[in-house]
Design a protein around this ligand. Structure first.
Ligand code: HEM
Ligand code: HEM
Length: 343
C-alpha cells in the first residue's frame, strides 16, 4: 500500500508515511471479490497441457466445425472484441438469428455453469452445443469426426493432445480441447484487481462507484472472482423490465429446471470487461452501459439512481477491463479430398 502514499508530505512524520494506508473500502472489497489468477493449471480433472490448448485454439478458430464451413466459435465470440460479437443476437447458419445475445468466453471458466440459463454444467459440455445447434453451426457429431479425421494435421494434433488413446479423434475430445483453450482466456491485472491486491488505487469516481455497487446492493448478485456468474436470480426481482428487454417467451431457468418458480430466472451476468461487451442482457436490447445500470437498479433493487451515481458505477465497471490474452489466429490443418464439402 505504501506505493499509493504521496512521496513527500511535508507535515507528516516518517512513521506515518511508512505505515500502510488504512483503506476500509479495499477491506470490504476483499470480502466480496477475488482477483483473477494469471493462469490455471487444470480444469476439474483435466490437465491444461500445451498440446491440448493448441488443439483447442485451432478448433475454436476452425469454420470447418460448422456445416457451412463459414462459422467458427470465434465468429460469435471474437477474441478481438472481448470474446463477444457486439450484436443484439448472433447470426448463425444460413443467416439465422438466435434468440439470445452471445456472452463473452473470456473468464467463462469461472462461472458456476454456462449459458444465460446455466443449462451446461461446464465448458466441455457447453462446447458440444453450438456445433450441433441448427441455428448456430448446424453440424452433426459424425460429420465433425469425419471432418477432423480427414486432415493429417488434426490426426497428429489429437494424438499429441491425448497421448495413449487409441482413437483420440472424437467429439468428446474435441470438447475437452476447446475447454482447455477457453480456460486460458483469462483477463487478469485489471485496475480493480490491482486495487484488490494493493498494487494501485482506483480514482475518486471509481471508488465512489465501487462504494455504491456495494452499498446499493449490486453485490448481492454480482460478487466473486467474476463479479457475477455465481448464482441465479429473477430478472425483474422487484420490477419487471419492459418486454423488449425481458421477452415473455424466454423463460430462462424454468426451461432447464421445469420449475414454474424459475420463470425469468437467469444467471447473474459476470461483469468482467462488461464495458467492452455491449449490447447488454440476454436479449441484447440495451446498448448503453449507463442504461443497463439504470435498468438493473430499478428492476433488481427498486431504486432510482441519479445520473452521477450511474456514471460512478459505470466508471467502476470500466476498471474491470483486464489484460486480454494475446491470441494469434492459428494456421489450421489443410483440408483433403476426404474432407466433407460445405453444406
Ligand atoms: C454461449 C462457447 C459457438 C453464440 C456460449 C458460452 C460459451 C460459448 C463458453 C457460455 C458463456 C457463458 O455462459 O458465460 C462457444 C464455443 C463455440 C461457440 C466453444 C464453438 C464450438 C458459437 C456460435 C455462435 C454462438 C457459432 C453464434 C452463431 C452463442 C450464444 C450463447 C453462447 C447466443 C448464449 C446462448 C444461451 O445462453 O442460450 N458459447 N460458442 N456460439 N454462444 Fe457460443
Ligand atoms: C445483468 C449490473 C444489481 C442480477 C447485469 C448487467 C449489468 C448489471 C451491467 C448486464 C451484463 C451483460 O449483459 O453482460 C448491475 C448493477 C447492479 C445490479 C450495476 C446494481 C445497481 C443486480 C441485482 C441482481 C442482479 C441486485 C439480483 C437480484 C442480474 C441478472 C442479470 C444481470 C440475473 C442477467 C440479466 C439477463 O438475463 O439479461 N447486471 N446489476 N443484478 N444482473 Fe445485475
Amino acid at each position: 500500500e505504501s506505493v499509493d502514499a504521496p512521496a513527500a508530505m511535508p507535515t507528516a512524520d516518517a512513521a506515518q508515511i511508512a505505515a500502510p494506508a488504512a483503506d476500509p473500502l479495499r477491506d470490504s472489497a476483499r470480502q466480496l471479490f477475488q482477483p483473477l489468477p494469471d493462469k490455471l493449471d487444470k480444469v476439474r480433472d483435466q490437465p491444461l497441457t500445451e498440446a491440448r490448448i493448441a488443439l483447442g485454439q485451432s478448433l475454436f478458430f476452425d469454420p470447418r466445425l460448422s456445416g457451412s464451413h463459414t462459422i467458427s466459435c470465434n465468429s460469435c465470440h471474437n477474441l478481438g472484441t472481448a470474446g463477444a460479437d457486439n450484436v443484439v443476437t448472433s447470426t448463425g447458419h444460413g443467416g439465422q438469428k438466435g434468440p439470445r445475445n452471445s456472452p463473452t468466453v473470456l473468464n467463462s471458466v469461472f462461472n458456476l455453469a454456462q449459458f444465460w440459463d446455466g443449462r451446461a454444467p461446464d465448458l466441455k459440455e457447453q462446447a458440444k452445443g453450438p456445433v450441433q445447434n441448427p441455428v448456430e453451426m448446424h453440424n452433426t457429431i459424425e460429420r465433425v469426426e469425419e471432418t477432423l479425421d480427414s486432415m493429417p494435421g488434426y490426426v497428429e494434433a489429437f494424438a499429441a493432445a491425448f497421448p495413449g488413446e487409441t482413437d483420440p479423434i472424437n467429439f468428446e475430445n474435441m470438447a475437452r480441447a476447446i475447454e482447455a483453450f477457453e480456460a486460458t482466456l483469462i483477463t487478469p491485472s485489471s485496475r480493480f484487481d490491482q486495487f484488490l491486491t494493493g498494487k494501485a488505487d482506483l480514482n475518486a469516481q471509481e471508488r465512489e462507484g465501487l462504494s455504491l455497487f456495494i452499498d446499493k446492493g449490486c453485490v448481492a448478485c454480482h460478487s466473486g472472482a467474476n463479479v457475477g456468474g455465481q448464482a441465479y436470480f429473477a430478472f425483474g426481482a422487484v420490477k419487471r423490465p419492459d418486454e423488449a428487454i425481458l421477452p415473455p417467451a424466454d423463460l430462462g431457468r424454468a426451461a432447464v429446471t421445469k420449475e414454474a418458480g424459475d420463470a425469468f430466472v437467469f444467471r447473474a451476468a459476470p461483469l468482467r470487461n462488461v464495458a467492452r461487451t455491449a449490447p447488454y442482457f440476454h436479449s441484447g436490447q440495451v446498448w448503453d452501459l449507463n442504461e443497463a445500470i439504470r435498468v438493473m437498479a430499478e428492476s433488481q433493487l427498486g431504486q432510482n439512481l441519479s445520473a452521477t451515481e450511474i456514471e460512478a458505477i459505470a466508471a467502476f465497471l470500466r476498471s474491470l477491463d483486464g489484460r486480454e490474452p494475446a491470441i494469434t489466429p492459428p494456421v489450421l490443418p489443410t483440408s483433403t479430398t476426404a474432407t466433407p464439402r460445405p453444406l
